[in-house]
Design a protein around this ligand. Structure first.
Ligand code: FMN
Ligand code: SF4
Length: 626
């Protein structure tokens, strides 16, 4: 059996075992329906060869409105019909995800109490839910049945019931959240079993899948892998056609799709155990982004298929590239979680740092249409320069890249999770015959005979926000990361981090007990909440013995003997403290590099220092306009 071979699921057949899992996209309409953007988003993955697409979860009942643009099943018949009509032009199976987030939702939108098995407060919002009464339970079960009918009559091949992260069904199954002493608590499987049986009766032989948290990572009361191996067959016997193994509980929402700090394929062992006790296809989920890992899992009998959600947000053609032997051409997901995780205060739509057209399929052009060839010179081989070179070469231009350092990748090659991406881009450029010139500084007078020059030279250190009489007292974080500045071999190192992003945290973690991180915020790595790494990052720092000085502003950095003396002021009390250290590293805001010539088009951080996403997007736009 192989991942790319057809998989029988119930009475249907998926063309292969690659799944695009259910995820919040924020592409929905204000009326809580699927949108044209949804159709374009899913059609792109279907066209890219995906075997099974599980749509964004639909709330099965009006008591659930977990985020502003969450689809509501009873509103979705018409939009689902349009969606399935568009997707069924491809071979993939289309599965509707049936959701109720129970006590993990919010009352912010429907202004009603949350419904949950027991009164366990939501861990982040601290909202206390209402204990569901018998009538509430019956209504929600009926909601699952109605939603399943709507999905199947609107052209879906089946439904997937969510008992994974953020789900009422899991809350009933788990001792963490089900403290009832009525029938629904005495038999914690009753709610899930009732739903599966009633949905089965309602939709005949259409597919029913279950997304099941098989490890709540809370063994004192939660579902454990040993329990899951008992639970899965009981639930399957009620009428399931497939099961997806996930993990996580109310205390570990970030563990379901963690970022790059967690190992890849972390659910492999438990998935193999669950597949061994079931005779329906089981899907492996959880940070499987590399084709060889997914193929190996199926070949070794761990599972029948593999969910590769972020991998297909990063490259919608993943399955087709695997099928045609072109795995080297797959744009790699770097598991950064920076822009595909959308439930944050900015309320953005789903997109991807390495593939910004994700989520924008209905508005972005085809970046790679062929045009009359020009000679394009690109200054700088960081993410913007490499993406510009790649896009230009694919459009048929003759491309030369001039980089002052001796290697490609820029800051991304050393800092954060982007190294794999810039390495991939560089390899693609070489395959497209882009010429690289390393160790070359370009000045105003040179354009190397090019028709057009793109300046992708990135950023430079910012202006210090503190007194710095001798600028050599502060080391630029980029120089540390790329190895051009050596740190003293012993003594404390102070890191100044007014940004709260991943770079200073990674360095502080690496330095461990030697590091003292100074932040103006109340927590280290304030901005990591968006990628789900805020709490894990603080745990890692604590475990490594890193000291964190919070609510603090650096006022001066002065050379002192072999090291530095750093004056820091508390933002609340105004009190100042002076710390001595062997070195001071500035991880603060940066400035664009100087514009070399007004004839050169600026791209990425050379316009304004931001992230890899803006570098990639602006590189494409600049090349598209040539
Ligand atoms: C943006 C985003 C939002 C997600 N939202 C949900 C969700 O609402 N419900 C759910 O069960 N899983 C959700 N997931 C988890 C995915 O279904 C999938 O299991 C997860 O991304 C792990 O697979 P991967 O490592 O292949 O990306 C989400 C994932 C992403 C990337
Ligand atoms: S934003 Fe990051 S984690 Fe999300 S799909 Fe893109 S590369 Fe992967």
């Amino acid at each position: 059996m192989g991942l790319l071979e057809p998989v029988d699921i119930g009475n249907c057949q998926a063309p292969n075992g690659v799944m695009f899992g259910p995820h919040v996209t924020n592409l929905g309409t204000d009326e809580r329906t699927f949108s044209d953007q949804h159709i374009a988003y899913y059609a792109r993955r279907a066209h890219g060869g995906c075997g099974v697409i599980v749509l964004e979860g639909m709330s099965v009942h009006h008591s659930d409105w977990p985020y502003e643009r969450a689809p509501l099943a009873s509103h979705c018949a018409e939009s689902l019909n349009e969606l399935t009509a568009a997707l069924h032009q491809e071979k993939c199976l289309i599965i509707a995800s049936l959701d109720h987030s129970g006590g993990q939702g919010t009352s912010a939108y429907h202004q009603q109490p949350l419904w949950a098995p027991s009164r366990v407060p939501e861990v982040n919002s601290r909202e206390v839910p209402k204990w569901m009464e018998q009538a509430d339970i019956e209504e929600v079960i009926a909601g699952f049945v109605n939603a399943a009918r709507i999905a199947v009559s609107s052209g879906c091949d089946g439904v997937e019931i969510n008992a994974g992260q953020h789900s009422l069904v899991r809350q009933f199954l788990s001792g963490l959240t089900n403290h009832r002493n009525d029938v629904w608590g005495e038999d914690k499987t009753l709610f899930a079993r009732s739903i599966i049986e009633k949905v089965r009766a309602a939709i005949g032989d259409a597919i029913i899948g279950l997304r099941l948290s098989c490890d709540e990572l809370a063994p004192w009361a939660g579902i454990t892998p040993d329990m899951a191996v008992e639970l899965a067959p009981q639930l399957a016997a009620c009428g399931l056609d497939y099961l997806v193994v996930v993990r996580g509980s109310i205390f570990s929402v970030e563990k379901t799709r963690p970022d790059f700090h967690e190992p890849e394929g972390f659910n492999t062992d438990i998935t193999q155990r669950v597949q061994a006790v079931l005779n329906i296809p089981v899907f492996l989920q959880g940070s499987v982004v590399q084709p060889h890992m997914a193929m190996q899992a199926v070949e070794q009998g761990v599972c029948a298929g593999v969910e590769m959600t972020r991998a297909q947000i990063a490259d919608p053609d993943l399955a087709n590239k695997m099928l045609s032997g072109g795995t080297a051409k797959i744009r790699p997901c770097i598991r950064c979680n920076q822009t595909c995780q959308v439930r944050d205060a900015r309320n953005p739509i789903v997109t991807c740092v390495v593939e910004p057209t994700s989520g924008h399929e209905s508005t972005d052009p085809n970046w790679y249409t062929q045009v009359a060839s020009k000679k394009v010179a690109i200054i700088g081989a960081g993410p913007a320069g490499l993406e510009a070179a790649y896009t230009a070469a694919r459009r048929g231009h003759l491309v030369e890249v001039f980089e002052q350092r001796n290697s490609a990748g820029g800051v991304a090659a050393f800092a954060g999770p982007g190294a794999a991406f810039v390495h991939w881009l560089y390899e693609q450029c070489l395959a497209l015959s882009v010429q690289f010139h390393f160790g070359v500084c370009v000045d105003e007078a040179t354009n190397h005979g090019a028709d057009v020059v793109l300046q992708c030279t990135g950023s430079r250190p910012g202006v210090p926000t503190y007194a710095l009489p001798d600028h050599t007292a502060a080391i630029d974080v980029v120089d540390v990361m790329n190895g051009s500045a050596a740190l003293p071999e012993s003594g404390d190192i102070i890191l100044h981090d007014p940004i709260g992003g991943p770079i200073a945290i990674a360095l502080a973690q690496w330095l461990g007990e030697r590091a003292m991180l100074i932040t103006p915020d109340n927590i280290a790595g304030n901005e990591l909440s968006r990628s789900g790494d805020l709490a894990p990052a603080n745990v890692r720092l604590a475990q490594r013995g890193t000291r964190v000085v919070k609510r603090a502003l650096v006022r001066s950095v002065i050379k002192s003997g072999e090291g530095v003396s750093v004056e820091v002021q508390d933002r609340y009390s105004g009190e100042t403290t002076t710390y001595g250290a062997a070195a001071f590293i500035d991880c603060g805001f940066r400035l664009p590099t100087e514009h070399i010539s007004t004839r050169f088009h600026l791209v990425g951080d050379a316009v304004a220092p931001r992230t890899v996403l803006e570098a990639v997007l602006e590189a494409r736009r600049a090349v598209f306009m040539l």
